[in-house]
Design a protein around this ligand. Sequence first.
Ligand SMILES: [Zn+2]
Length: 424
Amino acid sequence: MNIYSETMNHLLYVGIDDTDSSEGMCTTYIGSVIMDELKDYGFQTEGYPRLIRLNPFARFKTRGNGAVSFKLNLKSKTEYGKAKKFILDRVEELSELEHENTNPGVVFYQGKITPELEAFSLKTIRNIVSIDETQKLAEEIGAEIYKFKIGRGIIGALAAIGCPLKDKTYELLAYRTPENYGKKRKIDRESVEKMDGKTYPQTFDNVDGDYITIEPHTPCPILYGIRGESPDAVLKAHEMIKSYEPVERSAVFVTNQHTDLHLLKAENISQMERFKCYIVRGIVKEPPHIIMGGHVIFSLDDGSGSVECAAYEPTKEFRNIIKELRRGDDLRVYGGIGEKGTLNLEKIEILDLEKVYQTKNPLCKCGKRMKSAGKGKGYKCIKCGRKLRKGTKNFFELKRNIKKGFYEVPPSARRHLSKPLVRD
Ligand SMILES: [Zn+2]
């Protein structure tokens, strides 16, 4: 009789988070290394590892705020103990533990993905979750948690296990060899453009004008990341990329990136809170103005209250659309609210454009447009001298330079969770 099969589920979920720092490392890399090594030792993994992005406005977060999880198919109880010890040792060795804000967490779980666990995961993406709250749920469902230092990573580690992925995308991550960390990445630009031409929109956000979007700009181990709709699409694209430095390894992750999973539908503007992301409708109240740094700001009102909306400088040409908004325009905006209460725009839908008029002085009988004769004194013609005590101004409807519809920030400024319009 096999006691093992009666007492435990063979499927082991492993979640890992908060192993990197602004100076290096990446939780996806640690996850890939551990999975590859486990396979070398004869362990069986199941499906694609997951890369789950958490609330982009969480106060304490790792660089990209992404947690990782994967599944192991265990053959025996001995395997469980071996896998656990191996994973914990490797996380300890590979994490940037010397950094104050790096507090890795590892979670092992063998149960079912319950509605409570799913709700918890969604809360880590749409709200703020505490370490205590995570520990409490882990205890209730029987998940084993391991904390390094204060272990904040257990939050993302558990969330990465439980996150529902009704909509999902894939990312292929190619990693550099350690001697190249911190050096300029040597990716052949033409090959990226060619790949984009062949695979878009099955892959997306590859290039943005002169900018190669698949290339990170941090000292992390990632050489490039290709995002797309299926494992086939990102693998095919990966084969088309040429680089002038070795690829140590690569892995395909299934992810909640570019699904808008972070957005809550706000009932109204006054109900919205800081550090959360929303979809909300309103009318432009204060028309756009440019502030120092090249950011474009306007205010949106729905009767319940108003919110300042911003298209920041990195959103580049998106700002040209925002600058064209006028008082009275009816919009639906998508974005997150930062510390100062400003909504950072990710995309907008213009539902209706207000008619905008220009006024001009009346025309004189001689055909010349009249001049004002002074405040309250009517108009006079400088050509023929005719005067008009009570003339009315003429109204001209101005042509608007924008149309109804959706507009989004360029790929270089897109948040990991934000859904590109091409995915709709
Ligand atoms: Zn005249």
